[in-house]
Write a protein that binds this ligand. Structure first.
Ligand SMILES: Cc1cc2nc3c(=O)[nH]c(=O)nc-3n(C[C@H](O)[C@H](O)[C@H](O)COP(=O)(O)O)c2cc1C
Length: 196
């Protein structure tokens, strides 16, 4: 499966990186990761992470760069990257988290970044597009945008936790979210406690 992952500048950009870290060893996936400059900014503010520092001691970033062969990290400003074309044959895309800004652009068909362009490719090619918008509270414009995209076939899956997983730590709550996103994409996982 060719899976594109976009990380936007909404709060919790770290969740997008943790999502990638959970599938890094999945041999069935070809992963293409795009991270917006605003996401890098958010990572700096919220997690004190410099995404571009390849010598970082942060284990998540370190692991990403260590697996460079497997995970292609693409430049969000380069619209000539492979995933920008429908003919490349991307199977699915997840945008985690998705900013209200990129959500609005995708809804309007604006494709001026690799993330928004690839999302548009998924819509036009009728491929799976998972969008995890992060904002609270939500205005009517954003709610309308989500409805429009949902009607277009996108899966709107915000980072909303479920208490039925009996999460007792931030990590287990995050695993619950990541596991649910993987479920939606059809990627087998055992990282959270399911309802039984
Ligand atoms: C620390 C920080 C937190 C932010 N949190 C959010 C958020 O939760 N949701 C959101 O839509 N935008 C948030 N923003 C604003 C976005 O970064 C901004 O709208 C930006 O244009 C998004 O760009 P992108 O869509 O290219 O990533 C935040 C910005 C900063 C600096």
């Amino acid at each position: 499966m060719k899976l594109a992952i976009g990380i936007c500048g909404a709060s919790g950009a770290i969740l997008g990186l943790k999502f990638v870290s959970k599938i890094i060893d999945n041999d069935n996936l070809d992963i293409f990761l795009v991270i917006s400059n605003n996401a890098k900014n958010t990572l700096k503010h919220e997690n004190n992470i410099d995404f571009d520092d390849q010598n970082t001691s942060n284990p998540i970033i370190y692991n990403l760069y260590k697996n460079k062969q497997k995970i292609k990290i693409l430049d969000n400003s380069n619209l000539a990257e492979c995933i920008s074309s429908g003919s490349f044959g991307i199977d699915a895309m997840a945008i985690i988290p998705c900013s209200i800004n990129s959500l609005a652009k995708i809804t309007c068909g604006i494709s001026d970044t690799l993330i928004t362009r690839s999302a548009h490719v998924c819509l036009k090619e009728k491929k799976k597009l998972l969008i995890a918008p992060r904002e609270m509270p939500l205005d009517s414009i954003s709610l309308q945008n989500m409805l429009t995209l949902s009607k277009e076939g996108a899966i709107i899956a915000p980072p909303i936790i479920g208490y039925y997983s009996n999460s007792d730590s931030l990590e287990s709550m995050e695993n619950f979210l990541i596991g649910r996103w993987l479920d939606v994409l059809g990627i087998k996982n055992y990282i959270y406690k399911r309802w039984s």
